[in-house]
Design a protein around this ligand. Sequence first.
Ligand code: ZN
Length: 183
Amino acid sequence: MEFTFVSGHLALDLAATLTWRSTYPIELLAGPQDLSAWIGQAGLADVAGRVGDADVERMRELREAVYRTASADLLEQRPRVGDLRLISRTAAGKQVTPVLEGLGRAAWHGNVDQALATVAHQACVLLGSSDYRRIRSCADSQCTRLFVDHSRSGSRRWCDKSACGGRANAAAYRRRRSQHSPP
Ligand SMILES: [Zn+2]
């Protein structure tokens, strides 16, 4: 499984492992292998120890708490207290530990618990600062991916220019062509 990391923040990339939420949701963290792969591809850690179904369940719970909290402001809702507590409690755990091997080279070690704590900690940094105001939902009506708009103008619309943005541009191009070309 190849995961995508285009949200500009790891916690929102985690939130996107349940895709197409409003139409045909696809669960990308379907089992322990997926969770190991996500943690590795996220650059979080070389996961030591066994990854089990209970770990997948805990990561999904964290993910949903992050998603609901990160999208609350966009929906003009207040975040749920239970979600804030779950994220905080998870973030209080021991994080992955680095071994600095040289300039530009570090290895990150930890187990699943430490990976969870690290993502939750990063979620707290995003959601607990004014950066939460930069969280957007992709302009594609079906995508439902959240991202952080790091652009200076604050006008980024797509989670991924080449995927969702590209699809929208192609559709607009087809519309223009069909309007301007003779039948
Ligand atoms: Zn998108």
